[in-house]
Ligand binder design. Structure first.
Ligand SMILES: Cc1cc2nc3c(=O)[nH]c(=O)nc-3n(C[C@H](O)[C@H](O)[C@H](O)COP(=O)(O)O)c2cc1C
Length: 350
């Protein structure tokens, strides 16, 4: 057991009487206020040098922070200090919005899982642009995840994404098009062929655009979406978002299964790996993949790399395992990224 698991996690899990969102806010606020020398000391402890290049971007290591953890970029300088090789902020929307009613975030401890129905609570694209202006480069690549505002009808989704894109693309090393959150009504229908084609036509431009997909799509639906990604210039795929399924819960957590929202963490590990493998096989490696979902230990990361991921991201694993997981996952550089690349879509080690 690491120091985080034995000493830090029990404290954080008690913050706010065990309310997961209060613990999240508490942690983010403290990370945002870390003094420079403390960040430098953390960086010395946690940095892993395992450079890799994917979709034309150079990453100091292949393990990133997944979208949703730091939606408004509040604690941005802290993440590279914790060892992350890249950070995805957002999901942000064109309009600032409060998200769903609370409570909307639940830890399922025995299952090492989380259920969330946050609903894209965020300060809006303009506020993130101002924050990034003020901050300047953070020293590692920055992905910016865009979603649709709740008030915007689905038929006007393209304009909504475009508004955010115009404000934010100058700050981004890549743009993630989030069409897979289960918590915005109708959003996942944007994964349909015509909708994603329209979105990509509007957004593909100066910065690489990656599409984030749901783990609940059927293989034929993923195959159809991949065709559009390939024909419309997407730079890659992020697989996967949270799942609506409730398989793999520990007995103690089954009573929570009825909470609406997306499930992440350990119950998602195998599902996400299968989607990554399918995307890699189906595209012959032509679309670089950011693998995300249930990476709870270094071996899970290794298996995602083996399945074809060029990069991986952490969310739930970081909540349960802390920064030691970033280091461990970044240290398992795999064959797919360590030799001359067999496929143009694979990551190339530097
Ligand atoms: C509380 C919470 C909020 C999230 N918010 C977002 C989001 O805004 N945009 C997004 O693309 N994914 C979001 N996600 C999904 C994660 O980025 C990730 O795809 C998913 O949790 C699976 O990874 P994990 O098993 O490592 O958590 C969120 C996940 C959680 C737990």
């Amino acid at each position: 057991m690491t120091l985080f698991e034995s000493a830090v996690r029990p404290v954080l899990f008690r913050v706010g009487g065990g309310d997961a969102e209060k613990a999240h806010e508490f942690t983010l606020a403290r990370l945002a206020r870390l003094p420079g020398p403390v960040r430098a000391a953390m960086r010395a402890r946690y940095t892993v040098d395992a450079p890799v290049e994917a979709f034309g971007v150079r990453f100091p290591n292949p393990v990133g922070l997944a979208a949703g953890m730091d939606k408004n970029g509040r604690a941005l300088p802290a993440w590279p200090a914790l060892g992350f090789g890249f950070v995805e902020v957002g999901t942000v929307t064109a309009h600032a919005q409060p998200g769903n009613d609370k409570p909307r975030l639940f830890r399922l401890r025995d299952s090492e899982a989380i259920i969330n129905r946050m609903g894209f609570n965020n300060a809006g694209a303009a506020a993130l642009a101002a924050r990034l202006d003020e901050l300047g480069p953070i020293g590692v690549p920055l992905g910016i995840s865009l979603g649709k505002s709740k008030v915007t009808p689905l038929e006007e989704a393209v304009d909504d994404y475009l508004t955010s894109h115009k404000l934010l693309h100058p700050h981004a090393d890549y743009i993630a098009v989030n069409v897979s959150s289960p918590n915005t009504p109708g959003l996942r229908t944007l994964q349909d062929k015509t909708a994603i084609a329209d979105l990509l036509t509007a957004l593909v431009g100066p910065k690489p655009v990656l599409v984030k997909i749901a783990p609940d799509l059927t293989e034929p639906a993923i195959a159809e979406l991949l065709e559009v990604c390939l024909s419309h210039g997407a730079a890659g795929v992020i697989a996967t978002n949270t799942t609506l399924a409730r398989d793999g819960l520990a007995a103690a957590d089954v009573s929570r299964a009825g909470e609406p929202g997306g499930l992440s963490g350990r119950p998602l590990t195998e599902k996400a790996r299968k989607v990554v493998h399918f995307v890699h096989t189906e595209t012959g490696g032509r679309l670089p993949i950011i693998g995300v979902g249930g990476v709870m230990c270094a071996d899970d990361a290794a298996r995602l790399f083996d399945a074809g991921a060029a990069l991986v991201q952490l969310y739930s694993g970081f909540i349960y395992r802390g920064p030691a997981l970033v280091r461990a996952a970044a240290s398992v550089r795999r064959a797919v990224s360590s030799g001359p690349s067999a496929y143009p879509g694979s990551a190339a080690a530097l």
